[in-house]
Design a protein around this ligand. Sequence first.
Ligand code: MN
Length: 231
Amino acid sequence: MSFLFSPPATVSVPVMGESRAFPVHRIYCVGRNYEEHAKEMGFTGREPPFFFLKPADALVVVAAGQTGTMPYPSQTSNLHHEIELVVAIGKGGKNIKAADAAQHIYGYAVGLDMTRRDLQNDMKKQGRPWCIGKAFDHSAPIGPITPLAHAGDVNNADIRLQVNDSDRQRSNVSKLIWNVAETIEHLSAAWELQPGDLIYTGTPEGVAAVVKGDKLVGEVAGLGQLKVQIF
Ligand code: MN
C-alpha cells in the first residue's frame, strides 16, 4: 500500500517495567463520575454514566520521573485541570459484564482531562457537542502505565492533584459513582472495546483554572506521579 502522504505515527504510552510501549487506539472519557464533582458542576444524584472521546493524538505522554509540558490552548481563558485514574484496555470486547471486566484491563495510569471550561459551558448551554472544550490538542496528559499485577488496590487508592505545591483535588477512587468494572460494562455496551483503548474514569471535586507557568503534580496511590507544566 502506498499513501498520498506519511500516515501519522502510532501514539503510545510507556509501560513500567516493560520495554514495549502500549499502542493507543481510542481515548474514552466518563463525565461527572464523582458525586462531589457532579455537585460542583450543578448536578446531583446517580445518573447513568455518559461518555465523550478525545483523539489519541491529544495525549501528552510523560515518561516516569519527567515533567511534561502542555501549551496553554487557544480560545480559552478558563483552562481547568481534572485529575483522573486512567484504565488501559489490553483485551477488547463488547457487552463485557462488570464481573469479567478485570480480564480486559492491561493496567492503569494517572491522567489529566484538561478542559477549556468556558467553551465547554458555552456548548452545554447551546446543547452542542463538547469537542471544542474537551478534545483539543494536548488536552490529555498521561503518565506511564502500570500493569494490573503491580498496580495495587487501585479501586481504593487516594487520588490527588497539587498546583504549585498547593492542594487542589484530593479524594479516593472508591468514591467513583460508577466504578471501573461498571464503567467497562456500560462503555462496552455502546462501543466494542479494542486493545489499546484508554478510559479516563472521571475527576473528583476541586476542579479549577490553571495559567501559564503553573506546575501540576497529580497522583494516584500506587501509580506514581504525573508532572506537567503549562507554558
Ligand atoms: Mn473528566
